[in-house]
Design a protein around this ligand. Structure first.
Ligand SMILES: NC(=O)c1ccc[n+]([C@@H]2O[C@H](COP(=O)([O-])OP(=O)(O)OC[C@H]3O[C@@H](n4cnc5c(N)ncnc54)[C@H](OP(=O)(O)O)[C@@H]3O)[C@@H](O)[C@H]2O)c1
Length: 256
């Protein structure tokens, strides 16, 4: 038996046209899943789906545009997934936003609401929409992208970190609520990863060098580093794991 086999499984992912989401989608498809990938920009999404299908040599990726900040767009995403691929087995809530850099005490109300809605509430909406399929099957796995920013205060990224800590709280609650139905929920906490999202933090050699000195593996994260964990959490390999926050950061954050 292949513990990591995802043949016949249906996965829906948010924030999956590039960066970590695209790598996770590709890895799930390579292990046999049909992946419905979503993001806001249709053209990037279409190109991402074509890339996945070429990589796996089969029509296994379906692009559906969705802005996670809009509840009705998430409803459409879940309905389109059922329609095009079937009942959902795997959810990857990966989309996240950070519209504001600065002290939490100064954040404008609209930036606060946007951060909390996209990073926390949207994942609750997505989970509630998808969980009936998993309850019906008595099995399912949802994973949500948090951040190591959840674990410590910050004067520049504090509200973002707060939202990612709240997301871990959401994951724990859902794990407790739906564990009896066989549905698992886990959070993925990346360190600094070289994607467009974090470009301002790593695209400066001096800053990148300073950060790397505190990373035992002495490099920044790459989107590909998240492939293995996505497949692990989606598959039976992790069948007794739920309610956890798994840190993937080259060792910059260790258990404390
Ligand atoms: N990179 C890091 O260092 C780092 C560290 C910790 C946590 N994270 C988290 O990792 C996740 C993925 O980020 P990434 O670094 O892989 O970023 P990325 O390469 O910039 O990709 C972000 C993806 O999310 C989509 N997206 C952005 N806003 C969206 C919205 N409102 N609704 C739906 N899709 C949206 C983007 O496509 P569209 O623009 O077309 O929508 C894209 O597909 C985020 O939750 C982020 O908070 C990142």
């Amino acid at each position: 038996m292949n513990l990591f086999d995802l043949s016949g499984k249906v996965a829906v992912l948010t924030g999956a046209s590039k960066g970590m989401g695209l790598e996770m989608a590709t890895a799930l498809a390579e292990h046999g899943a049909t992946v419905v990938i979503s993001a806001r920009k249709q053209d990037q999404l279409d190109a991402a789906a074509a890339g996945i299908n070429e990589a796996v040599g089969a029509d296994r990726a379906i692009p559906v545009a969705c802005n996670v900040g809009q509840k009705e767009q998430l409803e459409h995403l879940v309905a389109a997934t059922r329609d095009k691929a079937g009942p959902i087995d795997i959810v990857v809530g990966n989309a996240g936003v950070n519209p504001y850099y600065g002290p939490t005490s100064d954040i404008p109300d609209d930036a606060y609401e946007k951060t909390m809605q996209a990073n926390v509430q949207a994942n609750l909406w997505l989970a509630k929409l998808a969980v009936p399929d998993m309850i019906a099957k008595g099995a399912g796995s949802m994973m949500f992208t948090s951040s190591i920013g959840a674990f410590k205060p910050s004067v520049m990224l504090g509200t973002y970190g707060m939202s990612k800590l709240a997301l871990i709280g959401l994951v724990r609650n859902l794990a407790a609520e739906f564990g009896p139905n066989g549905v698992r929920f886990n959070a993925i906490c990346p360190g600094l990863v070289k994607t467009d999202f974090a470009r301002e933090l790593w695209d400066n050699p001096e800053v990148a060098d300073r950060i790397m000195k505190d990373i035992p593996l002495r490099r920044l994260g790459e989107p590909e580093d998240f492939r293995g964990l996505a497949v692990y959490l989606a598959s039976d390999a992790s069948r007794y794991m739920t309610g956890q926050a798994l840190t993937v950061c080259g060792g910059s954050n260790m258990w404390a």
